[in-house]
Each structure stands twice: as C-alpha cells, then as structure tokens.
Design a protein around this ligand. Sequence first.
Ligand SMILES: [Ca+2]
Ligand SMILES: [Ca+2]
Ligand SMILES: [Ca+2]
Ligand SMILES: [Ca+2]
Length: 232
Amino acid sequence: MKKLIALLLVLGCLVYAEEGKVFNGEIDNFEDGNMIEAPAWWTFGDSDQTVVETDIWAKDPLIKYLGKYALQVKGETKSWYVGGMGTYLGVDASSYTHVKLHVYGAGPDSGKVTIQLFEDDNGNTTLEQDVNNNYEPIFDDKFEYELKVNWKGWKVVQIPFTAFKDANRKDPKIKDSKNIGDGLFNPDRLNGSGGLLHFQFVFLANTKSGSIDMAFDNIRLMNLGGVKGVAK
Ligand SMILES: [Ca+2]
Ligand SMILES: [Ca+2]
Ligand SMILES: [Ca+2]
Ligand SMILES: [Ca+2]
C-alpha cells in the first residue's frame, strides 16, 4: 500500500510538472523586465527588441494599463522584411476567441506586424520545421493576420481568430504548393496534440526601403464571445 501511495505521488508530481502552471490566456506583459524567460522569446532577422520602462509614454491615456515595462521594437530594412520574434506555448487555446494586445504606433509609417499562430496537427507537441525552407512547418498549420500599425500612441487591438488565414494551404497559382496541416484552426490538446504551439510576430516596413517603430504589451488570448475560432 505504501508503495502504491508513493507511486501515485510520483505520478502526480510528473503530471503536475508536465502541465506546469494553468494557462489563463496571458502570453506576456513584460513585467519581469525581460523577454528571455516566462516566456522565453526567440528573435530572428534584424529587428531590435528592447524591454523598456513605460514612463517614456507617461502622457499616453493608456499608460495605466502598461505596468512598468513594455516591449519596444525598431529596425530598418532595404527589402520589406525587418525581423521577428516568437515563443513556444503548447497550450489548449480552444476556449479562446481573440488575440488581444496593446500596440504602440509612432504614426502612419510605423510598419506592419504579421501575427502567426502555429498549431499541432500531427499530435506530437512539436512544430517540425523545414530548415531548408525558411523554417516553414512540415506537418502543422500556420495561421496569419497582418496588422498595419498606422496610428500614433498606444491602442488596444483585438483580433478574432476568425480573421486569421491558413497560410500554408494549396494555392493553385503557386507551383508545388500543397496543403500542410489539416486546414482547420484546432488549437486543442486532444489526441496528443500540443494545441497552440508557437506564437510569433514578423515585422515588415511599409515601404521596400524603410523602418519600423512600434511597441507591444499585454499580449494575451481572450474569450470575447462570438464564434469560437474556426479560421478558414
Ligand atoms: Ca507591461
Ligand atoms: Ca507537430
Ligand atoms: Ca494549413
Ligand atoms: Ca490545424
């Protein structure tokens, strides 16, 4: 009996360790003052991401929602693409309907951010990526939404999952293109699926040769009612 209890305790701890903390929709508010833990973000390209103190925006009406820190993103390009950042989630996002975040723009030419959601379709909690093809997914869906940041100051942005488009599906106009993933936005953790695996930003300039100047805070998933996410 003692052995059985000990075994159950060990199993309980293993399950707890694997589950980690319960996902409540929050992705990052940068209040730990960094972007390398809780969650750890990876970066790519030439965009410059810096966690900054929010007092530089003290006069902004939304300052009270920003806490002490937010993430500033700047950069330059000669060919549209500047860079990006992403993080691993591995969560069941099926009870949420929107991506919600605070976005700072520096005016009409702040740039564009493509928000990417990668979810697991072959039930292995991993996003298999093709290192020879721009790290594109091999088996799992990639959904995208492009946000043009053309305002000045902080703003709340709410994007319904239904506005995201399947970015890796067969396009008859593109030779050799094929359907990757199951074409459904199904970020649940059923049948071994890791659910919503990666959350990623890709930054682009408005003009071929140009710069970006924006900031982000309070990045999260929300359930705002309406249609639950089935993007097409
Ligand atoms: Ca913050
Ligand atoms: Ca996978
Ligand atoms: Ca797809
Ligand atoms: Ca899918």
